[in-house]
Design a protein around this ligand. Structure first.
Ligand SMILES: Nc1ncnc2c1ncn2[C@@H]1O[C@H](COP(=O)(O)OP(=O)(O)OP(=O)(O)O)[C@@H](O)[C@H]1O
Ligand SMILES: [Mg+2]
Length: 361
């Protein structure tokens, strides 16, 4: 590895975009799903970056582009600082660096093969086994805390619990010695009682093995627990990003406030979601301007016409929201309505609720 490569992030995406085209109607007109739009992201060694967003916001399409399973419509990937030539060539080499773990461990494991077979295969294909193949398999099982490995190595998937099988999925991903792990909702199908164990396993892989990890979830509370930084995705775009504690303590985008208000928090008791209007947009025809504007309790005229630029709220904290522009740079329409207190981290819950109720139809 060159000096540059060792300083560069493990994986970087610049401007990744995916539009799926399809034909519809009697005239076979072309339509386009704007699944992911202009997403840039850095995954550094020894960190967990969370992507949080509701269903259909483009999280899985983004992960699949990062894994090179889905070809981007635009954008670039850099692996250890080297630009990745996108296409069919070099996919196996890339897979030995970047591994994807999926949501449903029962669907991602072959039901007719024992655990041993599922782990031997990647070790053989990628030539990553040590001198003793059986010992390499046992070592993988130990790394995901399936100990003693002899208890698990001859099991079929149906003989394991969801949590144990998800650990086998992680072991299979680790078999190729990747630098980057992309975990797409790895705990959402697991029983609540075993989720924490798998989240802690991901934390261990970050801390002990220095992997660069992308953790995709609907659940902002688990992202706060596990991740170093959080990116919030809405309708194919990243609308806010910051260190995990900053983003959850001082959200700067109304959508992040909404996510947080709906998340359970022992300190607050039962969640009281902020009032919003409408449903998530159809990505075939995303709303003009800010994509969140039809649901936003603080919507202004400019939000309906012009997409907001990413605004630096604080060091390392960015939000794409017109309300966050410093006063001097706000457009006239924005400044005329931005009567919210512009304190760091956004208006307090009381002020937010007041404005929300004022703007309710
Ligand atoms: N192959 C495809 N062809 C057309 N549209 C697609 C395709 N794959 C995904 N989409 C669309 O892209 C959008 C984003 O999908 P994606 O699966 O990334 O959402 P998600 O955020 O992962 O949702 P969930 O939380 O439910 O998993 C959706 O509108 C989806 O219908
Ligand atoms: Mg998904």
């Amino acid at each position: 590895m060159t000096d540059n490569a060792s300083l560069a992030p493990a994986l970087e995406a610049r401007g990744l975009t995916k539009h799926f085209t399809f034909r519809h109607g009697l005239l076979s007109r072309r339509g386009r799903v704007h699944a992911v739009d202009d997403v840039s992201l850095v995954l550094a060694a020894g960190t967990v970056t969370a992507i949080v967003g509701e269903s259909g916001s483009g999280k899985s399409v983004l992960a699949r582009m990062l894994a090179r399973i889905v070809m981007p419509s635009a954008g670039e990937l850099y692996l250890m600082g080297e630009k990745v030539v996108l296409g069919q060539k070099g996919r196996r080499q890339y897979a030995s660096e970047v591994q994807l773990v999926l949501q449903d461990p029962f669907a991602s494991m072959n039901p007719v093969h024992r655990v041993r077979h599922s782990l031997v295969r990647p070790l053989r294909i990628h030539h990553t086994a040590g001198p003793d193949l059986e010992e390499s398999v046992k070592d993988l099982l130990r790394r995901v805390a399936l100990s003693p490995p002899e208890r698990f190595i001859d099991k079929y998937p149906h003989e394991l619990s969801g949590g144990q099988l998800q650990r086998v999925s992680f072991a299979r991903a680790l078999a190729v010695h990747p630098h980057v792990l992309l975990a797409d909702e790895p705990v959402s199908m697991l029983d609540v009682s075993i989720r924490l164990g798998v989240l802690n396993l991901i934390g261990d892989l970050r801390d002990k093995e220095r992997l660069a990890i992308l953790y995709i979830t609907h659940d902002i509370a688990s992202a706060r627990y596990l991740a170093d930084s959080i990116c919030v995705m809405y309708a194919g775009e990243i609308i806010e990003r910051a260190a995990a504690s900053t983003l959850t303590d001082s959200p700067a985008h109304p959508y992040t406030e909404l996510l947080l208000s709906a998340a359970p928090d022992p300190a607050r008791g039962q969640p009281t979601p902020l009032p919003t209007r409408g449903a998530p947009p159809r990505l075939v025809a995303p709303p003009p301007g800010c994509r969140f504007h039809p649901r936003c309790p603080y919507v202004m005229e400019i939000c309906k016409t012009t997409p907001p630029p990413p605004v630096t709220v604080d060091a390392g904290h960015e939000a794409s929201c017109w309300l966050r522009l410093p006063a001097g740079e706000r457009r006239p329409e924005a400044s005329s309505q931005a009567s919210l207190p512009m304190v760091r981290g956004g208006p307090g819950l009381h002020a937010r609720k007041e404005v929300a109720s004022r703007n309710e139809p």
